[in-house]
Ligand binder design. Structure first.
Ligand code: RTP
Ligand code: MG
Length: 139
């Protein structure tokens, strides 16, 4: 299995609720190496661009308002099979469906405010990582 990278954000709800440390710990315990990391905040325009793929979905307005309302932690993570293994670690989009031991089971509050993001493909991980980090910030 090839080593590859995924992109994650600790979303505004989890930052507000004091879960940065707990989530980074679960990421480390899950075997992911942090290759980029920062506390930052999306503008409304940033959030609209980042989630452009969801522009026609009914929850888009709510999603971009939420994602820009406060600081987030952005990170690029490296591991064998990173995309799939990270989505397993974060759990289902709706925390009500997330299994025990996942980040969303422990820290998410609702389907919209679900604590973390994980890229869904290698191509999107590269685009999303480059959205937040210059090449010299990707170690
Ligand atoms: P993410 O992209 O954040 O890792 O989440 P995901 O793949 O599990 O879910 P996705 O379908 O890509 O949806 C992106 C984010 O939109 C919000 N959402 N709200 N109210 C709703 O029905 C609803 N559905 C999705 C969530 O914040 C979700 O993570
Ligand atoms: Mg997604």
């Amino acid at each position: 299995m090839a080593t590859n990278r995924t992109f994650t954000m600790i979303k505004p709800d989890a930052v507000e609720n004091g879960h940065i440390g707990g989530i980074l710990n679960m990421i480390a315990e899950g075997g992911f190496k942090i290759v980029s990391l920062k506390l930052t905040q999306l503008t409304l325009a940033d959030a609209k661009a980042f989630y452009a793929v969801h522009a026609t979905r009914p929850f888009y307005g709510e999603l971009v308002e939420f994602m820009s309302r406060g600081p987030i932690v952005a990170a690029i993570l490296e591991k064998e099979n990173a995309i799939e293994d990270f989505r397993t670690l974060i759990g289902a989009t709706n925390p009500a469906d997330a299994v025990e031991g996942t980040i969303r089971k422990k820290y998410a509050t609702s389907i919209g405010e679900n604590a973390v993001h994980g890229s869904d493909s290698d191509a999107n991980a590269a685009v999303e990582g480059a959205f937040h980090f210059a090449g010299r910030e990707q170690f």
